[in-house]
Design a protein around this ligand. Structure first.
Ligand code: GLN
Length: 478
């Protein structure tokens, strides 16, 4: 039995039955990480993982039956795990040690997870390819010459290469769904407020959420059950009831209506994802699932809106990284002003600096009305348009990415070309709804593609059960 091929649920079962120990499982996954070092998906394997696994074996023997009992997990490098480095993919933070556990880490540990490593990411989660990581790019698990996606590229690659069954990433504008699509796995961005962000380094606070990577839908649902729910340490987290995502996954969802936005049909014309998206629509229709043409008039404005709101919030969130706290200091600085200036100039990478400048620009007094205020108005419009759209359907679908994973270093110097990659993912963050990227189909070059399944806020259970219906259909057709 190759343990690394198993789902988290299966691993848990095998440990419980005594077929394998948690220690063995942990060691096997760590070996897998080391074997695949060249992919640069993982920045650090935690040296106490095996010890923690041994302790877990004793606990399990004593009857502990947590939802993740003995399951190895990898976390993105911007999620605090007490006593471990959390560098956000930045050399500015390379020595920063987390002083406490984020709520997601605490909840996973309470359910028996073994957190084995931290994953590579674009610096401060800004990027779509992990090429902005100060520690080098994470490679695509299927084609080494290509990107794994980003910003949570390391987490996605790790799951796809069986370094762990489930990994956590974060999302501000697609950073879980896009790499999931490029790596051929599931990636969930939950509703805004569904998961506490306490102890997760902020990028753009009105958009950020923790997200979940997995090879199976069931594992995804299991993890959401563990980490979702209100948290007194995060006032933006919602107290809305956490559903039994896992047990409801097989609920029949053939009587729901799938909305296909006509604007998305226009947008995909000529794009590499076009054929696959139409295939998907055909497959659901052929299986007697009702589809409906809907309209989200301003969906195309999402991208510009995102690239105003996200940098604006980032400029403010990143002000605390100043060479005094958290970050490394430039030793040549002679006074406080110089500490800020020199440390930040040296510490931040090019893309992060660009975002901070852009953010301060759109917030500055002469431009606030023209950019930030306008973007907030468009956000309001989009929220209304999605709400109206969901009056007519239960699920909205669209492609996750423009096409397959691209070659490392192939994007031109113009950053806007890379930003355009996010056109289909950013609106879910802007309006706060959940969206799951499911692996579906392949592109011209044989690499995976993804389809997004979106629903109303806090309706992740409908997403999972519809995704399950699709999975069954695909299996039947194979
Ligand atoms: N690619 C987007 C950006 O660069 C999204 C990043 C994210 O979701 N963290 O901002």
């Amino acid at each position: 039995m190759d343990i690394t091929k198993l789902s988290a649920l299966e691993i848990k079962k095998h440990i419980k039955s005594g077929e394998v120990t948690c220690e063995e499982v942990t060691r096997v996954f760590i070996s897998k990480i080391l074997e695949n070092k060249k992919y640069n998906a993982v920045l650090e394997v935690f040296d106490d993982a095996v010890e923690n696994a041994k302790a877990m074996d004793i606990k399990i023997k004593d009857g502990f039956n947590g939802k993740l009992a003995g399951v190895p997990i990898i976390i993105k490098d911007n999620i605090l795990y007490s006593g471990k480095i959390c560098s956000c993919g930045s050399k500015f933070m390379k020595d920063y040690i987390a002083q406490y556990n984020s709520t997601v880490v605490k909840r996973m540990l309470d359910e028996g997870a073994i957190i084995i490593a931290r994953a590579n990411m674009d610096e401060f989660a800004m990027g779509s390819s992990t090429e902005n990581s100060a520690f080098g790019v994470a490679h695509n698990p299927i084609d080494f010459e290509r990107v794994a996606g980003g910003s949570s590229g390391g987490s996605a690659c790790a799951v796809a290469l069986d370094m762990c069954p489930i990994a956590l990433g974060t999302e501000t504008g697609g950073s879980v769904r896009q790499p999931a699509s490029f790596c051929g796995i599931y990636g969930l961005k939950p509703s805004y407020g569904r998961i506490s962000r306490y102890g997760v380094v902020a990028f753009a606070s009105s958009l950020d959420q923790v997200g979940i990577f997995s090879k199976t839908l069931e594992d995804n649902a299991l993890m959401l059950e563990v980490i979702a729910g209100g948290d007194n340490n995060d006032e933006t987290s919602s107290k809305t009831k956490v559903d039994d995502y896992l047990s409801e996954i097989d609920k029949d969802s053939t009587n729901i209506t799938i909305g296909v936005p006509k604007e998305i049909i226009e947008m995909v014309k000529g794009l590499p994802c076009e054929v696959n998206f139409h295939n998907f629509i055909k497959v659901i229709k052929d299986n007697n699932i009702k589809t409906k043409d809907i309209s989200i008039k301003d969906v195309g404005l999402g991208l510009a809106t995102y690239y105003i709101l996200a940098p604006a919030e980032a400029a403010s969130n990143l002000a605390k990284f100043d060479g005094v706290k958290y970050t490394s200091r430039d030793n040549n600085a002679k006074n406080l002003q110089e500490i800020y200036k020199k440390s930040r100039s040296k510490g931040f990478g090019k893309e992060v600096k660009r975002r901070i400048m852009l953010g301060n620009y759109v917030l500055s007094s002469g431009y606030y009305d023209a950019y930030y205020k306008k973007a907030k108005a468009v956000q309001g419009l989009l929220i209304e348009e999605y709400e109206k759209a969901f009056d007519e359907c239960d699920i909205i679908i669209m492609p996750t990415t423009l096409g397959e994973a691209y070659k490392i270093g192939s994007k031109p110097n113009d950053p806007v070309e890379t930003y355009k990659e996010d056109i289909f993912t950013v609106t879910a963050n802007i309006v706060g709804i959940p969206s799951l990227s499911i692996p579906y189909g392949k592109g011209k070059e044989g690499l995976p593609l993804g389809i997004q399944i979106m629903s109303k806020k806090f309706n992740e259970k409908t997403i999972y059960s519809f995704a399950k219906t699709i999975e069954k259909i695909v299996k039947k057709e194979d």
